[in-house]
Design a binder for this molecule. Sequence first.
Ligand code: FAD
Ligand code: PYC
Length: 416
Amino acid sequence: MQRYSGFGLAKHALSHHENWERQWRNPTPRKQYDAIIVGGGGHGLATAYYLAKEHGITNVAVVEKGWLGGGNTARNTTIVRSNYLWDESAALYEHAMKLWEGLSQDINYNVMFSQRGVMNLGHTLQDMRDIQRRVNANRLNGIDSEVITPEQIQQIVPIMDCSRNTRYPVLGASWQPRAGVARHDAVAWGYARAADALGVDLLQNTEVTGFKIRDGRVHGVHTNRGDIEAKTVGCVAAGNSGVLAKMAGFRLPLESHPLQALVSEPLKPVLDTVVMSNHVHGYISQTDKGDLVIGAGIDGYNGYGQRGSYPTVEHTLQAIVELFPIFSRVRMNRQWGGIVDTCPDACPILSKTPVKELFFNCGWGTGGFKATPGSGHVFAWTLAKGQTHPLAAPFSIDRFHTGALVDEHGAAGVAH
Ligand code: FAD
Ligand code: PYC
């Protein structure tokens, strides 16, 4: 990170924010790269960074149709946790969690990773059985996780209505103290700056419109700025992954849905942890600025419009106000949607494809932000070695033929 002396800071404060150094270059695309990453979200940028840093592969381009981090990375609600049920996914998300814990130092950029704890509420006996099972599985995997009672919840979040008067009373929760939130755009910018410093070309406003495929092998991409050759191509395009797969001539078992979120006007600090309820369809946290960040399940229809429909917002706010009557008169400032790529088993795809040297990293659906460092780390390994990283192996597209699905709907956090 650029460090300024007291004088430097004062100079910038008085300069109307002019003449700041650019954080990354704006290069002209080269004709040929060793690797092209399609998609300049957090996952794509992390992949490029680890390719350069850990594998010495620096002749790399990240090709982004819009601006860096403007997709789901910019639109997500930044919850980071690793309390997944099955060994395969727990290992992958915990790998990410460990990287989160050192990320600001590693990329020398403050990603504001705040381990303020995440609780997943249970409102029925079956919820509580599922929570108990998942907590047991987490602990067997060395992941910090515990079951807490309504009394403990009330102590952690005094403003929550934990009485028996609600439609779906709170019966308990799972609690992961190391979980929390991070600053989404800082993650994208931090990885972008670090990757750029290692020589990676970040090509914004560059849309991939097709793949150059000969003899069953990828040789590069067609873009709106011309063709670019590459030995290896990794696609990390979230909600647009199905569109890219179609360009390459195969189908992926993905559905693209809108997922919405909204933020309130800023309030004084009242909520210093993250509360999620899959059952009543609402989750909430408070930013350092004071806004309440609120979201829920996906909108049920498929689509590519980054909006979402009103009934989902209404349903979410009903759930939030029932849990937090104190928020009933808070005004909402903004609402938006992202397009999430959901798999039938609510797990990602990190995989080779029918086209040689063309790899896909997608299907993170409603929960990929938390995986950003881990996803980039294992995908970079996969691209560098041309074979699947052991942590990624269970998430190959082969599982949809063999039936070895990893069903994480219960841990997905939001309903879909
Ligand atoms: P993106 O950031 O979407 O990046 C993909 C990029 O590919 C985009 O920038 C796009 O422009 C680019 N692209 C697409 N097509 C092309 C093309 N043809 N050519 C070039 N570029 C292309 N996850 C959590 O873990 N915790 C949460 O709290 C959470 N909350 C969420 C809330 C909402 C409202 C939403 C929408 C998502 C949420 N998620 C959450 C999910 C999370 O945002 C995603 O899983 C994650 O950000 C995906 O990162 P990415 O880098 O793969 O995708
Ligand atoms: O995966 O934890 C999650 C999540 C929370 C909100 C959206 N996704």
